[in-house]
Design a protein around this ligand. Structure first.
Ligand SMILES: [Zn+2]
Ligand SMILES: [Zn+2]
Length: 266
């Protein structure tokens, strides 16, 4: 399968990625990509940011820099350039999503933080049955809100949970079912492969398949038995990560599982 698109791309504004939007677009053109979306981590509300620190652009940067950077990137010809953000869903931020969608082509739901038991949980905090269910509730609310086209790394809840058990499976089934109902694309995320290999966060399943921190093989095996639509994204935090070995590995996994892949977001 040819790799011609990437709809999940970060920029220097999130403070943990390199390069401007236009750098990624120019490199994607060199690779022969036909479409790319710039979707840096979106700004969280001041209220939410009083509860934890996060590496994100600020709302001011979004308005005064990001939108101009995207305008500059969209001037490139020979490739379709979409605009977006990757952002968590919090009900209290409802008016923000409406505002973003006036400026941008689409939003990606990337739930790295979620609220439960009177605190904000980070996906890298130790996980429990309770925390993975809180993740599931947050992304289901997000998908049902109608603001999001893609659910980024839906299986990120497994990263600190360790084992794949019945609880993981139950959470997966509810996420997959809601994605189908809400017509949200499930993202097979190449950056998970990139990071899992680097941090040695993977294991082999009983039937000999590699299962990363995410993408979790067991999760995608369940997806393969469903009608859910899948999109494969680089989640690039550096332009040279576009179409690298991790990307190729993600495409191989999707082919092996015969996932219902789309390379269009319209
Ligand atoms: Zn990031
Ligand atoms: Zn991302």
């Amino acid at each position: 399968m040819e790799i011609k698109t990437n709809y999940h791309t970060h920029t220097y504004l999130c403070k943990h990625a390199e390069g401007k939007a236009v750098d990624y677009v120019i490199y994607a053109k060199k690779l022969g990509y036909k479409a790319i979306a710039i979707t840096d981590h979106g700004p969280l509300s001041d209220e939410i940011l009083t509860h934890f620190t996060s590496r994100r652009m600020s709302y001011d940067e979004y308005i005064n820099i990001y939108l101009d950077d995207i305008k500059e990137a969209k001037k490139e010809t020979g490739i379709k350039v979409y605009s977006g953000l990757e952002i968590e869903y919090f009900k209290s931020m409802d008016s923000y999503y409406k505002e973003f969608l006036k400026d941008l082509d689409f939003l990606i739901l990337g739930q790295h933080y979620y609220y439960f038991d009177n605190h904000y949980h980070n996906m890298y905090d130790p996980a429990s049955i309770k925390s993975i269910n809180a993740y599931k509730d947050a992304v289901i609310d997000g998908m049902k809100s109608g603001y999001f086209k893609i659910l980024a790394h839906p299986d990120i809840y497994c990263i600190k949970y360790g084992v794949w058990d019945d609880e993981c499976k139950k959470v997966a089934q509810l996420i997959i079912q809601t994605a189908i109902e809400c017509n949200v694309l499930l993202e097979l995320n190449a950056n998970g492969i990139r990071n899992s290999l680097r941090k040695k966060m993977f294991y082999y399943t009983n039937d000999g398949h590699i299962s990363y921190g995410y993408p979790k093989y067991e999760f995608w095996k369940l997806v393969s038995k469903s009608k859910a639509k899948v999109i494969i994204n680089d989640d690039a935090h550096y332009f040279k990560y576009l179409n690298d070995d991790a990307t190729k590995e993600a495409y191989l996994l999707a082919e092996e599982l015969n996932l219902n892949i789309t390379d269009k977001i319209e």
